[in-house]
Design a protein around this ligand. Sequence first.
Ligand code: DX5
Ligand code: ZN
Length: 226
Amino acid sequence: MKSEVVKLAPSILAADFARLGEQVAEAERAGADRIHIDVMDGHFVPNISMGAPIVKSLRSVTRLPLETHLMISNPDLFLEEFVEAGSDSFLVHWEGNNNLHRTVQRIKALGKRAGVAINPATPAAVLEEILPDVDQVLVMTVDPGFGHQHFLSTTLPKIRRVRQMLGQIKRGHDLEVDGGIDAETAPAAAAAGANVLVAGTAVFDEREGVTAAMNRLQAGVKRLET
Ligand code: DX5
Ligand code: ZN
C-alpha cells in the first residue's frame, strides 16, 4: 500500500498477562490503531486462550477499538456477551460456518464492525459474495491457533488478490493480515496490499519493550510508503 498509512493491531496473545493493562496502555501511546484479542475455544483451533472477561477489563484501560478475533465454533452464541464486555468489532472465520451471512448480519445488528477471516488453505474466491456485507477482511498468514509461528509467504499472492477484489468494490474495507508479522515480513505484507498488520510476538515479546518494538515495525513499513 503506498497511498494509505499502514495501521498496527497488537495482539495481546503474546502479552504478559500479569501486566496486561500496562502493556496495552503502552501500545496505545506508541500508536496502535486497535487492540487485537484472540479468542480460542480448544475446538475450532487446538488451543484455549481467553474470553469476554479480558475484553471487559481492557475496556477500562484503553480507548482504542477492541477487535475480537473469534476462533471458536458457533460464534453466534457469544456475540452479545462480547458486545456487553466492550468489543467494537468481530473477525469471524469463513471456515466451519455454514451460516456466515447470518453471523455477519447479527454482528451488524449489534452495531459492530464485521470482518471475515480466511485460513491459509482457503482461497480468496470464497469472499466474493460476502465482501459487500463486511467492513474488513482478515487474511491469516499462519494457521490459526498459536502465536510465535512463521509467516507463510505463500499467502502473499492471496493478499494481492483480495486487494484487487476490494478495489472493485471501493468501499474502504480494511485488509488485515495476522500471524508471523515482524519487521522483516511486515513490508512484504503491506506491499501486497495489507493496510492493517496484527502483531503479537513482534510487539509484546521483544526484550526492548513495547514502544521500541512498535517503532521498529512502523519504521519498516514507512520505508515502503516513501
Ligand atoms: C493466531 C492469532 C494471532 C496471533 C499472532 O491464531 O490469530 O493473532 O496472536 O501472533 P504472532 O504475531 O506471534 O504470530
Ligand atoms: Zn488473531
